[in-house]
Design a protein around this ligand. Structure first.
Ligand code: M6R
Length: 613
């Protein structure tokens, strides 16, 4: 996720762009850049680009708050690295050949590798590792006289998601933009016209905006805005008045970043999964290991902290079942000191959203010091864990602001599913038919998550009844135990309600003595073979006074015979069910905390990234 802004008007563009980018820093903050079209010393049109690694203030200092870059039309970008580490060369805007075109991009061009190779064969040279530079060169290639034609040709060739802001050298004073599955708005005002990824970037200047529909192109100058469809026909678009305040606008109208990020999960999962599935096959070429290499792995050792540790717990069940490889899972803080017995041919997998968690980094270093092959599943590109691991699997969740992880967790689950399928195929346990069925279902998960989100009111209503609980328990078996751990952590970290998750079979070994009248027990049951057993455990706690909430898949209606209240999620392959049941558990935690009037995004005593031991 990155932030884009563009301005064509009657005043210097660079200061306006920097102001806009400041409001979009929540979308990415590892580097930033602006491109302004103007005239060079010889009176020729020029596009001047200035970029800086790090927070926006570095770019501000470099440009004297924008004053040193003259021109009334420009585009800007604040980056959250996806392809290529955070660096000046990888930051946007990107030029095409001869500096004829400058581009800023938010999204992921899935087929960029193939396009890049083709362009190189045609004589284009690349300076960055980004997918975006491909779009810049393609625009240069297709641009003859008509920018709209070049953009529509580009749209036929690139796959994935994009919002692009474009300057053409011979069109000074004009900005072109297009979008597919990444947000882009167009704003109009007396001072000039704008594009932006999000409303806050331009709210200081205008509330009169158009949410650009998918697959539409816009051309704007200081005094005109024109919209086109992909067939290059001019169309009319509606503008609406924004009546939110700035703070609400930064959260896209959501009350909290946590809720916004819960809603971003379908996109985050799509962005993580789609580029890695081709023709029914999982393609993990970024790891640098082919199937022969994967087949040599005899054991997996996984280590992580907090929610990422719960992903490892899920992975153990999933990978052992799919690829029949033994998987050991450790809390990173334990792994680093327990002097583990690790045999060669063990792959050590460290999972981390931030890539900076001290214990996870130490676990990775411990594995490396023993000469083992390491794989990091990380969200932040260029983070310490990503840099130090032998191979990196990036989750494309975008920046996660809320301390309680939601969308990063969902993308980590998706990553381990893809890894499990690839390992199973390499070991001859997942044949082409099974791989096709599994990948097809993976591609459907985002839609199923969307369906759960549509029913959030039921969860909200239920959560309100329990926001004053003292204790809440979660129980599950197998994969559902791992999901219960995550549901319980989510609840306790933001609602401050004491909560524990148990493998349901353990209840009778002590825990059941804690059950009192009215206490809430959440039973998670998505695994057919364990369904009856879990239901029996729910009966046991209910008969001791517990109020029981069942979370299961549609079709398992016998849950209602025991549960006081039931939440259903769409059916999926059992091995992927964790991706669906976690969503109501996140919403439950969110609404319980909200009911208590707590600061959901910044819970007490916690930090987003734990970089100390
Ligand atoms: O950045 P990481 O994924 O390494 O962080 C690990 C944990 O600190 C993190 O998952 C934490 O448990 C979350 N706040 C849970 O929501």
């Amino acid at each position: 996720m990155c932030g884009i802004v563009g301005f064509a008007g009657y005043q210097q563009a660079a200061p306006v762009l920097l102001e806009g980018l400041e409001k979009l820093e929540y979308r990415g903050y590892d580097s930033a850049g602006i491109a302004v079209s103007g005239v060079n010393g010889d009176g020729e049109p020029s596009i001047e680009i200035v970029k800086a690694k790090g927070r926006l203030k570095v770019l501000r200092e470099m440009t004297d708050d924008g004053r040193s870059v003259p021109g009334c039309c420009g585009i800007g970008h604040t980056r959250w690295a996806t392809h290529g580490e955070p660096s000046v060369v990888n930051s946007h805007p990107h030029y095409a050949k001869n500096k004829r075109v400058a581009v800023v991009h938010n999204g992921i061009i899935e087929n960029y590798q193939t396009l890049r190779e083709k362009l190189i064969r045609e004589g284009y040279s690349f300076v960055s590792s980004t997918d975006t530079e491909t779009a810049a060169h393609l625009l240069d290639k297709y641009y003859e006289k008509d920018p709209i034609e070049a953009i529509s040709r580009l749209m036929f060739h690139i796959r994935g998601s994009y919002a692009l802001g474009i300057l053409f050298l011979d069109r000074p004073g004009e900005i072109y933009a297009v979008r597919k599955d990444s947000p882009l708005i167009v704003g109009r005002s007396e001072q000039g016209n704008f594009i932006a990824s999000d409303v806050p970037a331009i709210l200081k200047y205008t509330r009169d905006v158009c949410f650009l529909p998918n697959l539409e192109i816009v051309r704007l100058s200081a005094d005109a805005i024109r919209f086109y469809n992909v067939d290059r026909e001019e169309i009319q678009e509606r503008f609406t008045q924004i009546d939110w305040d700035t703070e609400a606008a930064e959260k896209g109208g959501f009350a909290h970043f946590m809720l916004k990020e819960i809603y971003e999960q379908p996109k985050a999962v799509r962005d993580t999964v789609n580029p890695r599935i081709r023709d029914g096959h999982v393609v993990l070429e970024e790891l640098g290991w082919d199937d022969a290499e994967l087949a040599k792995i005899r054991r997996l050792q996984m280590a992580a902290c907090g929610s990422a540790y719960h992903v490892c717990m899920t992975a153990r069940y999933m990978i052992e079942q799919t690829a029949r490889i033994p998987v050991d899972v450790d809390l990173a803080s334990e792994f680093r000191y327990r002097d583990p017995l690790l045999e060669k041919d063990t792959l050590v997998v460290v999972i981390s959203q931030s890539g900076e968690t001290a214990d996870s980094l130490a676990a990775l270093r411990e594995a490396k010091s023993r000469g083992l092959k390491t794989l990091a599943i990380v969200n932040v590109v260029g983070s310490s864990i990503a840099r130090e691991a032998d191979s990196v699997f990036y989750t494309w969740a975008g920046p996660e602001i809320s301390v309680a992880t939601t969308k990063a967790y969902s993308t980590q689950l998706a990553a381990v599913y893809l890894l499990a399928i690839a390992l199973g195929r390499a070991r001859g346990l997942v044949d082409a038919e099974k791989e096709a069925a599994m990948t097809q279902e993976l591609l459907r998960l985002p839609d199923k998550i969307e369906r759960i989100l549509e029913e959030k009111e039921r969860i909200q209503w239920f959560a309100n009844k329990f926001s004053h609980s003292k204790d809440i328990f979660f129980i599950g078996r197998g994969l559902d135990y791992a999901s219960s751990l995550e549901g319980s952590l989510k609840l306790k970290e933001i609602s401050y309600i004491h909560s524990e998750a148990y493998a349901a079979g353990e209840l009778k070994h002590g825990t059941i003595s804690l059950i009192e009248d009215g206490i809430l027990v959440v039973g998670v049951a998505t695994q057919n073979a364990l369904f009856e057993k879990l239901v029996s455990n729910m009966v046991e706690v209910k008969s001791r006074g517990a109020y029981v909430l069942g979370v299961t898949s549609y079709g398992n209606y016998s849950m209602e015979d025991v549960a006081n209240y039931t939440i259903y999620v769409p059916r999926t392959m059992e091995c992927f069910a964790a991706s669906l049941v976690v969503v109501p558990l996140q919403l439950l935690a969110y609404y319980v905390a909200l009911g208590k009037g707590l600061d959901v995004d910044k819970p007490r005593n916690l930090a987003k990234s734990v970089t100390v031991e």
